[in-house]
Design a protein around this ligand. Structure first.
Ligand code: SF4
Length: 377
């Protein structure tokens, strides 16, 4: 557990508008808080670290990090350069919204060595973007990708959403084809979920919006796996596909249950076996920092038992699965020990398989991952 901390996550909470399905830590219409946010982030980072701490992966997520005006982005990135410098060959990712992604902002990202841009594209069909309440259109995406390439970004990832209300399998296939045509290095595909507290959740209760049929959602997931694999992408996680050599290294830190720093509202860190969640309310997070209090709202020390159950949940997300010998050495228990009956039953029903020294979900198991994982928690 006490390997050096090689990863850090920074949360930027600002967005143009809160999309109806979004339950992330987001704030809108509060540009007056942009500079205060950066002041607080600086205080949080400098009081947490005793000095500059070099990392192998740095991930700026949101929210919409590229909502920050170029001058604010520059301030954020120079703060990170000073306090979380990149080791040689490090991965430095940022999540960006295609909407209002100016070349001026791209220039700042390039200047500060960001080498991976993850674009929240979601769909290549205007009608589904509208349903999702996204402000961009497919043409914007094409333009943004072309400008990123011209600016020298060689690692571009697309986030896509399937099972959007009203979306057919043909629509989804068309989005996949258009994505592939733009030649990203990485594609993440997520089924739309209706989270409590979102406007989609309320609209669903009022039957104003209807989730996709389960069978259709399954077909869409299968289509993503098949189409992306035929196009040369390798699926390495339940929702993630990459061209060889372009797997997201930062996310693998999470799936391998390794340590990481987290800064910003709603961000979690995982250090010395303790998970610490910052306040999700942006103003709450700011207030605590401004008054010299800890921005951490909740701390949880993982017992060995809990840590090993979580390791199963995270490890099974990876297509290569869990290295059983390494698991046993780290957690002093086998995966089977956690739920022997369920384990045997999943092997028998071909949802889990042991291949050489690894335990992984079968192709069929990927569709029922939540059900399988629940038995080990
Ligand atoms: S742009 Fe992304 S983070 Fe912002 S509200 Fe929409 S889904 Fe949420």
């Amino acid at each position: 557990m006490n390997h050096p901390v090689n990863a850090a996550y920074i949360h930027v909470p600002f967005c143009i508008h809160r999309c109806g399905y979004c339950d992330f830590t987001v704030i809108t219409d509060r540009d007056d808080l942009l500079s205060i946010y950066l002041d607080c982030l600086e205080t949080e980072i400098t009081s947490m670290l005793s000095g500059p701490h070099a990392v192998e992966t740095l991930f700026i997520g949101g929210g919409t990090p590229n909502y920050l005006p170029a001058s604010h982005l520059e301030r954020l990135l120079s703060l990170l350069r000073k306090w979380l410098p990149l080791k040689a060959g490090a991965e430095f990712s940022i999540e960006c919204n295609p909407e209002d992604f100016t070349s001026e902002r791209m220039d700042v990202l390039a200047k500060y060595d960001i080498n991976r841009v993850s674009l929240g594209i979601q769909s290549f069909q205007a009608e589904h973007l509208k349903t999702l309440e996204r402000g961009h259109n497919p043409e914007t995406v094409v333009d943004v990708v072309q400008r990123l390439r011209k600016r020298g970004f060689e690692n571009v990832s697309f986030d896509l959403i399937f099972a959007v209300p009203g979306q057919s399998l043909e629509d989804w296939n068309s989005t996949l084809e258009r994505a592939i045509h733009l030649e990203p290095e990485h594609v993440s595909t997520y089924g739309l979920t209706f989270e409590k507290g979102t406007s989609f959740w309320t609209r669903r209760l009022k039957q104003d919006i209807r989730p996709a049929d389960e069978e259709l959602e399954r077909s869409m997931y299968a289509a993503a796996m098949q189409t992306l694999s035929q196009a040369g992408f390798e699926q390495y996680e339940l929702s993630n596909h990459a061209r060889p050599g372009f797997q997201c290294r930062h996310n693998q830190v999470y799936w391998n249950a390794e340590q990481y720093f987290g800064f910003g509202p709603g961000a979690a860190s995982f250090l010395d076996g303790e998970r610490a969640m910052r306040y999700r309310s942006v103003t709450g997070w700011m207030k605590h920092i401004q008054t010299g209090e800890s921005p951490v709202a909740e701390r949880e020390t993982l017992t060995l038992d809990l840590a090993c159950r979580e390791a199963v949940m995270l490890g099974l997300r990876k297509i290569e699965g869990i290295d059983l010998a390494a698991f046993e050495e780290r957690y002093e228990s086998t995966v089977r020990d956690l739920a022997p009956d369920a384990y045997d039953q999943f092997i028998q029903s071909n949802l889990l398989e042991q291949k050489r020294d690894r335990l992984q979900l079968t192709y069929e198991g990927r569709f029922l991952a939540d059900t399988v994982v629940a038995e080990f928690l």
